[in-house]
Write a protein that binds this ligand. Structure first.
Ligand SMILES: NC(=O)c1ccc[n+]([C@@H]2O[C@H](COP(=O)([O-])OP(=O)(O)OC[C@H]3O[C@@H](n4cnc5c(N)ncnc54)[C@H](O)[C@@H]3O)[C@@H](O)[C@H]2O)c1
Length: 268
């Protein structure tokens, strides 16, 4: 187990990627704080971890609200004596472009991605420095943060902003023993999240959603898409001693999609 005795705080713990990361880090021995604006996503994630013999609490929090973020970090510290690993994963999806996105939608989406990550990074880093023990911060990007996807302007902008936020903060915090990295997922195989949602007590999932991922699978050089468990393993590695010399880096767990030559179709 790579994270025995460590405390991990994860934002955005739906049954999809954030919840999969939370469960995966618990399997690596971490105590987990599951943070989400949606109460069921915070509490059901924590319950699922506790039922499997791990240790977790759920915390309801809007990542864009400074007072709520401070209270959540304080609660994590009270419950588990500090935070060793922060994973910034909370997001909303609004697939709109510059011509039709409202200012309110732009502001909300970029605030959740950028301001939410800024606030949790600020207050968790302050706590880590006060604790005087080394820590890790990992920001979740997307292949859309590396490429120009049309009609997804808020998401693409926020995610690419997080890439350089990661580098800047990695340099700022290097002397405190805090490593800051990012992880780039891509379109994610939905089967694992279907199974997790059912296990968390949410009825059967709509299997038709799986069909929507077929074009993405065809474009992936590895001919299959990653699952949340693959991201959790990569995060456990980045946060472990095995990655002690890695900071300011983006680790892509994307089945080769960013490396692919643009004119090559792997399914042909
Ligand atoms: N799903 C994919 O295929 C995919 C691909 C690449 C990257 N990603 C990234 O992975 C991460 C997780 O994505 P997902 O598909 O699991 O998303 P999701 O929508 O299933 O989960 C996002 C969670 O964030 C929570 N959230 C939204 N606004 C919040 C706020 N203001 N405060 C606190 N919590 C808030 C939601 O309630 C939800 O539980 C995101 O950072 C996303 O950009 C996802």
């Amino acid at each position: 187990m790579k994270l025995q005795g460590k405390v991990a705080l994860i934002t955005g713990t739906s049954p999809n990627i954030g919840g999969g990361i939370a469960e995966g880090l618990a399997e690596e021995g971490a105590k987990v704080v599951c943070v989400d604006i949606t109460p069921d996503n915070a509490h059901q994630c924590a319950e699922a971890i506790n039922q499997r013999g791990g240790q977790a609490i759920g915390a309801v929090c809007d990542v864009t609200d400074e007072a709520q973020v401070q209270a959540t970090v304080a609660r994590a510290s009270e419950a588990f004596g500090g935070v060793d690993l922060l994973v910034n994963s909370a997001v909303i999806f609004i697939q709109k472009g510059v011509l039709d996105m409202s200012l309110a939608e732009w502001t909300r989406q970029t605030s959740i991605i950028l301001t939410g990550t800024f606030l949790f990074t600020k207050y968790v880093a302050q706590l880590m420095i006060a604790q005087q023990r080394p820590g890790n911060i990992i920001n979740i990007i997307s292949t859309a943060g590396h490429q120009g996807q049309p009609r997804n302007v808020g998401y693409c902008t926020g995610k690419s902003g997080l890439l350089n936020f990661t580098r800047s903060v990695a340099m700022e915090l290097v002397d405190y023993g805090i490593r800051v990295n990012s992880l780039t997922p891509t379109a994610t195989d939905p089967q694992e999240s279907f199974e997790r949602a059912e296990r968390w007590g949410r009825g059967p999932s709509d299997q038709r959603i799986a069909q929507m991922f077929e074009p993405f699978r065809k474009g992936a050089p590895m001919h299959k898409l990653p699952s949340p468990k693959h991201y959790a393993k990569a995060i456990a590695f980045l946060a472990s001693e095995e990655a002690e010399m890695i900071t300011g880096m983006d680790l892509r767990v994307d089945a080769g999609t960013i490396a692919r030559y643009w004119a090559w179709n792997p399914s042909e």
